[in-house]
Design a binder for this molecule. Structure first.
Ligand code: CTP
Ligand code: MG
Length: 231
C-alpha cells in the first residue's frame, strides 16, 4: 500500500510568542515548515503530503514549496486532532482510503530518514495496528496535586515520550480519531485515539534530537541539531 504524509501545520504557536505561527520562523535561511516538508518529500516511498493549514494562513503561498504538486492543502481545525481528521477526510475523498499515513508535526524539522524507515519496517514486521516514534523518558517524573505538593513518583522504566511520525492505516486512524473526538477525549496524538479504540500501537525507539520546536529556547537547539546532522 502507498504511504502518504499528513502534516498538521494549522497551529498558532502560542508558546513560541513569535507574533506569527512558529512553523514560519526561519532556521538556517529556511522556514521550519520547509525543513519538515523537504525531509518528508525526500523519502522515496512517500506518494504525497496532505498539509493542514490555518484557514487564515497568509504565509504558505509565499513559499516556493507551495507550488510543489505533491502537496495538497486542507483547512485545519481548532485542535490538532481536527486538523489531522480533515487531512484524512481529504485522503478518503481522493481515493486513498487504503493508504497508510505518516502523521508528522510541522514543528519537528529535525526528523531523519533512517528513523522513519525504521518505524515503517518495525510496524510491518510486527502484528501491531501501527506505531509511533518515541524515546524513553530520562527525567524522574512526579505526580503533584494542588499547591505543587508531590504525592508520588512514576515508574520511569515504563514511560516513553511520544514523537511523530505516527504510522497508521487511513481508515482505522480516521475512525479512531472521530470516535475519540465524539466522546470529548483529550487527543494530543494519533496513538491516544488508537489506544482509546482498544488497539496497542507499537512504540519504536527514535532519536532524542527529533524535537518539537515549541518554546523560544528550542530555536537555537534546533539550529544546532540541523547543523550537526548536515556534517
Ligand atoms: N496544529 C494543527 N492544528 C491545531 C493545532 C496544532 O495543525 N489546531 C499543529 C501545529 O501547527 C504543529 C503540531 O500540530 O505543527 C503540533 O502542535 P503544537 O506544537 O502544539 O503547535 P501549536 O499548537 O502551534 O503551538 P502552541 O500549542 O504553543 O500554540
Ligand atoms: Mg498546540
Amino acid at each position: 500500500a502507498p504511504v502518504w504524509c499528513v502534516v498538521p501545520a494549522a497551529g498558532v504557536g502560542a508558546r513560541m510568542k513569535a507574533g506569527f505561527p512558529k512553523q514560519y520562523l526561519k532556521l538556517q535561511h529556511k522556514t521550519i515548515l520547509e525543513h519538515t516538508l523537504e525531509r518528508l518529500l525526500a523519502l522515496p516511498y512517500v506518494a504525497g503530503v496532505v498539509l493542514a493549514l490555518h484557514p487564515d494562513d497568509d504565509y504558505w503561498t509565499t513559499l516556493p514549496i507551495s507550488r510543489d504538486q505533491r502537496i495538497s492543502c486542507v483547512d485545519g481545525a481548532v485542535e490538532r486532532a481536527g486538523s489531522v481528521l480533515n487531512s484524512l477526510t481529504w485522503l478518503e475523498d481522493n481515493g486513498h482510503s487504503d493508504a497508510w499515513v505518516l502523521v508528522h508535526d510541522a514543528a519537528r524539522p529535525c526528523v531523519t530518514s533512517d528513523t522513519v524507515a525504521n518505524l515503517i519496517e518495525s510496524v510491518r514486521r510486527s502484528d501491531a495496528v501501527g506505531g509511533i516514534l518515541g524515546v524513553p523518558v530520562s527525567d524522574t517524573l512526579k505526580q503533584v496535586v494542588n499547591d505543587n505538593r508531590i504525592t508520588g513518583t512514576q515508574d520511569r522504566s515504563k514511560l516513553w515520550q511520544a514523537q511523530t511520525p505516527q504510522f497508521f492505516s487511513v481508515g482505522l486512524l480516521k475512525r479512531a480519531l472521530q470516535q475519540a473526538l465524539d466522546v470529548g477525549l483529550m487527543v494530543t496524538d494519533e496513538a491516544s485515539a488508537m489506544e482509546f479504540a482498544g488497539h496497542q500501537p507499537l512504540m519504536v525507539e527514535g532519536r532524542a534530537d527529533n524535537i518539537k520546536v515549541t518554546r523560544p529556547e528550542d530555536l537555537p537547539l534546533a539550529t544546532f541539531i540541523l547543523q550537526q546532522q548536515a556534517l
